[in-house]
Write a protein that binds this ligand. Structure first.
Ligand code: FIX
Ligand code: ZN
Length: 440
């Protein structure tokens, strides 16, 4: 047996892993945040943190007020009710509650004072654009991918009018209504002067492709994205499968763009909870394997909502190089599952996946979501490098840095833009790499 690595040397490697995870800026590949040019659509501050739908769902487990009464309150009153129920009357143990406290703590606010009024005052003094830069820097998030929907009546006019883009924000074209509600969406497209009818004729498919082309260009989309119900089935003759096959996938092929799918969400399980009322069920990974297998010239990104789908999905990714798995989505974005899912992915896929995205809806959330995830990713990576070192393999600092960059956006960019060469984000990571002490 080869001499094992001394404990000092292995401690030094693990310290370097932790440092690289902490210091490497991340590309947050799926969020619901907006470039500050979108004005009020970019949410931030304590009230938006407290009325986040993750907390609303938990709040209703404690409130004794009727649903309609809560919804009739102002945002500040709703935030007060949630603060009182989840932070004052109970200890804020859940991941979403802890997230608010991590965020405040990282902003330098003293949470033990439990002084909501003062916290509100602190946020009131910020300018939105300055705050955006401040938070991205503090969270060490180098780039944020927005979710951009032409079907959103508040968002669409901003794109149509045009604006100077913030260098830290990229775009993804979100097309749920197109795939999941064609009968209604055909009316919108027709109104916007695309040549479509509710029947999926060749002419209508051409109209849908024009629409996709116009919006991909307008927003400079990096990928197209849909969330899918658990019963999505392929092959199949649903309108969703037909539009995907005849319009979305050819469009993605022609433009060299990946198609991101997020299976497993059951929308409106409890409509009285509004946005907090969506649930989860196991999706059919076999359908996704069929779809990917039938389209070898398309690239697919997938994050599944159900814990029960994670293992099958990893095995599917071992079979299909045109599938890239990303993130621990929504209900799986809790330490217990991030740990489990990230370990499993590293063991089955090595470094060829993207462990996390934030899904942040409120800018400040990137502080807690990334600090919590970084902690777990560092722990899991340390376990894996420790196992390697038991064989006598000693990772060099450059190798560790390379691996972390790959997990924090490098592998994603390479998958999405194999021919982009020096894309803006790749350049960004290269600059960061050069800034790391010890980089050759
Ligand atoms: O469909 C999505 O992109 C989901 O992430 C959202 O619908 C969901 O409301 C959410 O915020 C989850 O984190
Ligand atoms: Zn999302």
């Amino acid at each position: 047996m080869v001499e094992v690595i001394s404990s000092e040397r292995s401690e030094a490697v693990l310290a370097q892993v932790r440092q690289a995870v902490k210091q490497t800026p991340v590309y947050d590949v799926h969020t619901h945040l907006y470039d500050p040019a979108f004005g009020d659509l970019l949410l931030y501050g304590i009230d938006d943190l407290l009325v986040y739908h993750y907390l609303v769902a938990e709040g209703f487990r404690q409130f004794d007020l009727p649903y309609e009464q809560f919804w009739s309150l102002s945002k500040e009153q709703q935030a007060d009710a949630i603060w009182d129920a989840l932070f004052i009357k109970n200890s804020p143990i859940s991941e979403s509650c802890r997230g608010v406290l991590t965020t405040l703590n990282l902003l330098g606010l003293d949470v033990k004072k439990r002084d909501l009024k003062n916290v509100r005052k602190w946020f009131a003094d910020w300018d939105k654009a300055d705050y955006t830069n401040h938070i991205m820097e503090k969270a060490n998030v180098g780039s944020i991918c927005m979710t951009n929907s032409p079907f959103d009546d508040l968002e669409r006019p901003v794109w149509e009018q045009g604006f100077d883009r913030h260098h830290g924000f990229t775009s993804a074209l979100r097309i749920d209504p197109l795939l999941l509600d064609w009968q209604r969406t055909s009316e919108s497209l027709a109104q916007w002067e695309y040549d479509v009818t509710p029947e999926l004729s060749d002419k209508t498919i051409a109209g849908i492709r024009h629409f996709l082309e116009d919006w991909t260009r307008k927003i400079n989309g990096k990928y197209l994205m849909v969330s899918l119900p658990p019963d999505f089935c392929y092959p199949g003759d649903s309108e969703c499968a037909r539009i995907m096959e005849s319009a979305v996938l050819p469009h993605c092929r022609d433009h060299g763009l990946p198609f991101a799918m997020m299976p497993g969400v059951k929308r409106g399980v409890n409509p009285l909870l509004k946005m907090a009322g969506d649930g989860v069920s196991k999706a059919c990974v076999t359908s996704f394997s069929h779809l990917i297998s039938a389209h070898p010239d398309n690239n697919f990104l997938i994050t599944a909502l159900s814990r029960e789908n994670q293992y099958e999905l990893c095995v599917a990714a071992r079979k299909f190089r045109n599938l890239h798995i990303f993130g621990c989505w929504w209900f799986t974005n809790i330490p217990y599952l991030i740990n489990e899912i990230t370990s499993m992915r590293l063991e089955l896929l090595g470094l060829s996946f993207t462990p996390q995205h934030s899904d942040a809806r409120v800018l400040d959330q990137i502080l807690y979501k990334w600090s919590h995830s970084r902690e777990i990713i560092a722990d899991v990576l340390c376990d894996k490098y420790t196992d390697l070192m038991k064989t006598g393999w000693e990772p060099t600092p450059n190798e560790v840095q390379r691996d972390v960059e790959s997990l924090f956006g490098g592998a994603f960019i390479k998958f999405c833009e194999p021919n982009a060469g020096e894309s803006a984000t790749a350049q960004f990571f290269r600059r960061q790499q050069e800034a790391v002490p010890g980089h050759a």
